[in-house]
Ligand binder design. Structure first.
Ligand SMILES: Cc1cc2nc3c(=O)[nH]c(=O)nc-3n(C[C@H](O)[C@H](O)[C@H](O)COP(=O)(O)OP(=O)(O)OC[C@H]3O[C@@H](n4cnc5c(N)ncnc54)[C@H](O)[C@@H]3O)c2cc1C
Length: 456
């Protein structure tokens, strides 16, 4: 079969890419290992800020929203101190959201190969010529296309089969990921009314080392709850074990759904396009490194990359030179912020419960500063000034020094991913080693063990 574009993965990123490209009249196929009726069934916290939909003008129907939030409330380890970060959000019904995206894609004549797994990638003349996909208990089908998009999630199926010399196949470290486990339950006890208006995040390095645990309400009667935790992947911690130990005894109720998964909590892949291949969503590490939210940024990356691939196809072909602008646009829209937050993430992963308690108890940061940090990904002058004044007042000079060092690395990485991002693919290898050296240097400075290189 011959298509304009073959997309691997029918998560939010793959389906959004399919919709964008099919809307322009291209012949698109989506390959998905799940059966069609399971599309959207993704283990997730389900929480997303509504600004993400607004940014790409995606008008989601009300049937895909389970619940609405006024913001996020962050609790200290003792749970005595809290901080409210304002901002409207929703709890999406992931299955209905996925099924709705699928309907939209099928309406635009996207062809779905459901229950098919990508097995092989055939390269000819330094381009991907075709992919081979196999139906569960069925035949192998060869799909040719002018361009391919890897949207297969945190463990990428397509780009991991590309030559090592293609920078799009870049390999991460284990600590670039959180491993997460969550349950959705119908609780015996409704959540307290005041808290139920927020998505609750609990900082606790004992319960969720290198991550956090969450309690996200999902229903107006305050009994359907999405509870979970993420831990840094370093071969030591097990999120399911910690869930059973710390959270299960606190929340009694009937289980609706349980599951786990991995979340890339790092800066984006150095390039989202190479030869005739694009990468979007978790496969391109587009998740926010600090809070682990990736639905919105997956949609955004998909929108940008597929738009440029479409433009390339219209102009006669896709390769990294012709669609390089996709990288520049993504870095401006989200990637540079992610890069800054990657440094902050490493810093936060080194903090202890005492540090978290001290910061929240003494109100070192306020909700609007955290919001600014989340939206812009920068520790602006104003925030730094206020935070420094508070730290000085309370006498923790070592913290002040750590903060200054962290900020200078954040700024360096933001700058590399924005104004200093390569203007053309030829400059990429040099830029990649600069970025790697800075991340490695910061890790060394704070004594952060980055773990092992992952094979995929
Ligand atoms: C426990 C957990 C909690 C989370 N909580 C939140 C949250 O509250 N808010 C938020 O915004 N984000 C959250 N995230 C992150 C968010 O779920 C992801 O960032 C987002 O779903 C990524 O979408 P995607 O389309 O890139 O990948 P996916 O949704 O993973 O889709 C990839 C698709 O590719 C398919 N696939 C994989 N391999 C193959 C293959 N070889 N052949 C064919 N098909 C294949 C898969 O079946 C899947 O359908 C959470 C993640 C986890 C694991």
């Amino acid at each position: 079969m011959k298509y304009d574009v073959v997309i691997v993965g029918a998560g939010v990123a793959g389906l959004e890419s399919a919709i964008v490209l099919a809307s322009k009249g291209f012949k698109v196929a989506v390959v998905e290992s799940k059966p069609a009726e399971k599309i959207g069934d993704k283990t997730c916290g389900d929480a997303i800020g509504i600004h993400h939909f607004e940014k790409i003008s995606l008008e989601i129907p009300s049937k895909v929203i389970d619940y609405k939030y006024r913001g996020v409330k962050i609790y200290s380890p003792s749970e005595k101190h809290g901080l409210i970060v304002p901002g409207e959000g929703v709890s999406v019904n992931r299955v209905r959201f996925g099924q709705w995206l699928l309907e939209e894609a099928l309406k635009k004549r996207v062809e779905l190969y459901d229950s098919y797994v990508l097995t092989d990638v055939i390269i000819k003349n330094d381009m991907v010529e075709e992919v081979r996909v196999k139906k569960v208990n069925g035949p192998v089908v060869e799909l040719k296309a002018n361009a391919f998009i890897d949207a297969s999630g945190a463990r990428p199926a397509l780009r991991s089969k590309l030559p090592d010399t293609w920078p799009i196949s870049d390999k991460p470290f284990t600590t670039d990921f959180n491993i997460a486990y969550r349950e959705v339950i119908r609780s015996v006890n409704p959540m307290p009314e005041e808290d139920s208006k927020y998505a609750l995040i609990y900082l606790n390095a004992e319960v969720a080392p290198g991550g956090y645990w969450w309690l996200f309400p999902k229903s107006d009667d305050r009994v359907v709850l999405n509870i979970g935790l993420g831990v840094v992947w370093n071969g030591v911690y097990n999120p399911r074990h910690n869930y059973e130990k710390y959270l299960k005894p606190r929340f009694r109720g009937d289980l609706i759904h349980a599951g786990g998964g991995i979340v890339p909590t790092r800066r984006p892949l150095p390039t989202l396009v190479w030869r005739n291949v694009g990468v979007v969503g978790d496969a391109a590490y587009t998740v926010n490194p600090v809070h682990g939210g990736g639905i919105g940024s997956s949609l955004e990356a998909a929108y940008i990359v597929s738009t440029y691939i479409g433009n390339g196809l219209e102009a006669g072909g896709v390769d990294e030179k012709k669609v390089w602008e996709a990288n520049i646009k993504y870095m401006q829209a989200y990637g540079a912020k992610q890069a800054g937050l990657d440094i902050l993430r490493m810093y936060l992963q080194k903090l202890s419960n005492d540090d978290f308690e001290w910061i929240l108890k003494n109100k070192i940061v306020d909700g609007s500063s955290v919001y600014d940090l989340g939206v812009k990904g920068e520790l602006g002058e104003k925030i730094l000034h206020t935070v420094s004044a508070m730290i000085k007042l309370l006498g923790k000079p070592s913290l002040l020094n750590q903060l200054r060092i962290m900020r200078s690395y954040m700024n360096r990485l933001i700058s590399l991913h924005s104004t200093e991002y390569p203007k053309s693919p030829e400059e990429l290898p040099k830029w990649m080693s600069l970025v790697e050296n800075i991340v490695e240097e910061y890790a060394r400075t704070i004594g952060f063990d980055r773990g092992q290189k992952v094979k995929w």
